[in-house]
Design a protein around this ligand. Structure first.
Ligand code: GLY
Length: 362
């Protein structure tokens, strides 16, 4: 046998996350600083376009860019493989080449699909994230996970493909509904739970949207720094990055049971965090009183701690059983030993048994 060793030089990826109120007004300058191209495709959805399309268009044109908008239908149902061919066609027809840039202007759905299109169009072109939901600003726009859903489940096709820049303007949160502001707060609180007890205490005190908005730049920065640290240590999500999934095993199953409609991601994760922590407390894995602290913090941000229909757990747990990540009945759940200290715990689906046998635990 003749062996040939292929050595691919390691690519080091570096990008800035810029957080500043009003930054959308400087989008042209910010983009000019990371590309020499003057052609850009902005992927957005109809709602976000209505609020911010004109500002972005004007600012980019002022900086000398030719701008082409790809405007998607809002909602998770857009984030599918079948949306992609039309997006590739639009990029080709707009004359976008390998040296040009895709800008993702929107929430998690837009960021994920635009990022996956950027990763695959012409084998990869530069992209920039401008997240417009709190959830996207503190989580999905950072860390390079891009992808789409398949009929078999969420995020089953995708890549790790990092943006060249993340532009976060907290002012855009002013057009977010209270429901989706709370949805993002669940992920914000998650960071306190897994990594930073004093941040968690602060979030318990900042118990209204107004109070959070008064400190929003620092809040977003704290979350992004925690995520940055984990992504730098474990880009491909095989170790410490998994701690970001605290509350998500149950949360994803709840979302799936409710068809991603009546219970949205953050609300499902909130229920997941409290419920799992209550179970872990009973098993002696978590300091007593922790679930109550998490519940109190969440309730200050209008987030639930339990399901209105606990009887639904019979069905919800079957979604966890079907989860492809479960191998030989083994499940890796993320627990918190105390506020600010997370760990993974190897267990089985039986971990959640008391939800179906004993009803609500929290
Ligand atoms: N949203 C979890 C992660 O990016 O790893």
């Amino acid at each position: 046998m003749n062996d040939i060793q292929v050595e691919v030089p390691q690519e080091t990826t570096e990008y800035a996350i810029k957080i500043q109120k009003g930054l959308l007004q400087n989008v042209g300058e910010e983009l000019s600083a990371i590309t020499s191209s003057r052609r850009v495709a902005v992927v957005t959805d109809k709602n976000v376009h209505q609020h911010y399309g004109e500002t972005v268009d004007t600012q980019l044109k002022r900086a000398g860019f030719t701008v082409h908008f790809i405007i998607l239908e809002p909602g998770e149902q857009t984030k599918t493989f079948s949306s992609m061919p039309a997006m590739y066609s639009e990029l080709i027809n707009a004359g976008i080449t390998r040296s040009d840039v895709i800008v993702a202007l929107g929430g998690g759905v837009v960021g994920d699909i635009a990022g996956f299109v950027a990763a695959t169009f012409l084998r990869g072109i530069d992209f920039v994230q401008i997240p417009t939901s709190l959830l996207a600003q503190v989580d999905s726009s950072v860390g390079g996970k891009v992808g789409v859903d398949l009929p078999e489940g969420k995020n089953l096709a995708g890549a790790f493909y990092h943006p060249k820049l993340v532009i976060i303007d907290p002012d855009v949160l002013n057009t977010l509904s209270d429901h989706y502001f709370s949805d993002g707060m669940a992920e914000v609180i998650k960071y306190g739970c897994i990594k930073d007890a004093s941040f968690f205490d602060k979030l318990t005190q900042l118990n209204s949207r107004e109070k959070v908005m008064a400190e929003i730049e620092n809040v977003i920065e704290t979350c992004c720094k925690i995520k940055q640290d984990m992504v730098q240590q474990d880009e491909k999500d095989k170790g410490i990055r998994m701690l970001l999934n605290f509350g998500h095993t149950l949360g994803h199953a709840i979302e799936a049971y409710y068809n991603y409609e009546s219970i949205t991601h953050g609300h499902a994760v909130a229920i997941g965090m409290v419920t799992l922590t209550a179970i872990a407390e009973e098993k002696g894995l978590t300091e007593k009183g922790t679930a109550e602290k998490v519940r109190r913090c969440l309730s200050g941000h209008n987030l639930p701690a339990e399901l209105d229909e606990p009887e639904a757990y019979d069905f919800i747990l079957s979604y966890i059983k079907k989860d492809k990540k479960q191998l030989n009945n083994q499940l890796h759940v993320v627990i918190i030993e105390t506020i600010g200290q997370a760990a993974t715990y190897k267990t089985g689906i039986g971990f959640f048994d008391q939800l179906t046998t004993g009803g609500q635990i929290t």
